[in-house]
Design a protein around this ligand. Sequence first.
Ligand code: BGC
Length: 826
Amino acid sequence: MENKIKDIIAKLTLEEKAALCSGVSSWETTPIKRLGIPSVNMADGPHGMRKEVYEASFTNLFDKSYLATCFPPAATLAFTWNRDLVYKMGKALANEAKDQEVAVVLGPGINIKRSPLCGRNFEYLSEDPYLTAELGIAYVDGVQSENVGTSVKHYAVNSQEFRRLISSSEIDERALREIYLYAFEQIVKRSNPYTIMSAYNQVNGVYASENKLLLKDILKEEWGYKGIVISDWGAVTDRVEGVKAGLHLEMPTSGGERDAEIMRAVKEGALSEDVLDDLLADLLSFIFKCDANLAKNKGFKADYASNHILAKEVANEGAVLLKNDGILPLKEGVDLAVVGKLAEHMRYQGGGSSNVVPKHEVSFLNYLDTLGVKYSYSPGYTIECDKISESMIKVAANSTIGKDVVLVYVGLTDDFESESFDREHLEIPKAHTKLIEEVYKVNKNIVIVLTGGSPSKVSYYDKARAILYIGLTGESGGESNYELLTGKVNPSGKLAETFAIDLEDELSNQYFGLPFAEYRESIFVGYRYFDKAKKDVMFPFGFGLSYTKFEYSNIEVSHKSLKYGEKLTVSFNVKNIGHYFGAEVAQLYISNKESKQIMPLKELKGFEKVFLSPGEEKTIKIGLDDRSFSFYNVDEKEWQIEGGEFDILVGSSSRHILLKETVFHKGNEKNVADYTLIAPSYFNLEKVESIPLADFEHLLGRNVNPYIRPTHKKYTMNTCIGELHPKGFARFFRWIAKIGGQRLGSAGKQTKAKKKMLYEGTLNIPMRNLYAQSMGRVSKRTVEGLLLMLNGRFFKGLAKTISGLMEKRADKKETYGDAPELVDND
Ligand code: BGC
């Protein structure tokens, strides 16, 4: 193969080489028919196939794709803590990809949940890097075992939606390595994903898609990555710098604009053709591998009915029982009231590029009806309106009078969290909390069924006898809810993120939502912060109840004392001492007791999910290695172990530790700077309320890159539409852009959430993307003209805009024709 590729590269013209570096369309790589280079395709997304029907149409975004199984999104998937189940889901996703002739699934999303406010948290797994890595590996291995590629995204430090295409994540190297890169590193080393998707944002002032440190030094040289890097859709600013840094493929097509830039750079000597050839060798081997897979997979028929059942299993294991005084499971024949529109209109996924058109969606009410279960129902609120309707709430509350149990469906609706915008607070809609209050006045037997892709404020805790957090359920939510509430299935999910009592309790909150995101909390993300600051939380990381009870005993370690290079095995027993069959996720944390470093109190380093019948006991063994005990020594640029005593903590959540052993590790650390002097606040999180800029800059080793909003008439290609000051032509232009943004998704169902997503998304678009993401409809020249107009040179700009509009754009897609009509895949 290597020779074949060398041969092809030798025959490619410069034009063809440049053309290969970007797509031919939204989803396909560029073919070079003359040399037998095929085109391979990709489709979103992490929790189900979103293969668009008319890939080139701008108005059908998110609505018109082939029907597919909608599995629970990553947030709920992570609550399963079940590697085998995630692997199985990966295989099922791949099977649907094969059925739909897709070569690469654009997932998993493994960004770390830095703040509950990130609108896209529902697409990500956890606040913890170890859990993210373990589940990410299972996902990638599952998909790739079926000869379908993955795209692990978004590399890296992409934890907010606000100004996501221009923001800079300002982050110190320890947080980068230990928290934000860890899962990427592990997945690359252990699963060799076909592709990595580079993020939209900058990392420490350099765009991720042209970041040599991330793409070349770390990913390729340090981790030995063999696959290719694809830009997130529209993430490229400087394509030539991207080529130099190691970005193989720009997606979607730029309609030939970037091809011209690459060619010019080679001709002018600014880019060596050898560098381009190196990238092409990786890219071609990826294309040929995918093409061979597509040939092997042709004619494959996925079993969508089994996948629907698998989606239910994921929803079952992903539900977290947050409170229960014994009212659950529901007794047989119970006189049941259901209130809350979310029971009827279940939120089975989040909004944006991951939006699957489900093949077979079943709501809770649908399922009760199918089974012939008797219940009363009243919606209490509408999905799209946060305003309280006193009359609807009154009717709903009255409908619960005298009922044995009231299931109150509440939670985050689509316009509260989505791709494209972040949340502003932790609250669920006011109408939902009011509904709980009014029901409580007439019936105290309340079971809250909570929906959401990210934690919300649980102000109603005392009013509920039980709270079942169903997350985002995927298409089988109705069946899953029924099985969990009735005890047919025993809840076994555990939170993969902390539920804070209030937003103000989160340290990151003070630094979240800025155009340039200062990651001042450093490694203190999620429970790492709450533990160190000794703050109470609503529900801790790793928490989740069951209908049965488990007993932990008999912890043993293979060594009491260890040297660098030695492995440790920890074993302990878990016994089901209750009356229901159930599953427990036993969690192992390590605490570096005597650290002189900036160090969390404990960190997750192992877990195992065990399924146990009543009375059954199993021994769990967890292996630990050097890395489990290491921290990243930024002064030495190495993972090292600080010698001393470490507690091995085993428990049922991060705050419910049941077993403990202590081991001594000889360690191997060298030359560590004394951070107690240069960044004292990190040692004192219990007392300090914020991190002084000086401390953070000491960690960074430089000043923070400041965000400077472009002033009126000083706009550049990287200026976002939302940054334009509404004056003169810029005001008119913003208005036009808003209308254009709405047109983008104008086909299909127009919901408030979708409109908000498109509007906010438009404000976050930089000028450069008006051509780079236009699929060849808009030329760079046109946008240069617009910029001149925005910068006060109206007539010169107008002339350029018009001449740009008249340019004949290369249609890289011409040879392919339209995609087929929407079909059911039976
Ligand atoms: C998202 C990616 C997605 C891509 C293609 C982007 O906006 O950030 O996660 O895979 O679109 O739909």
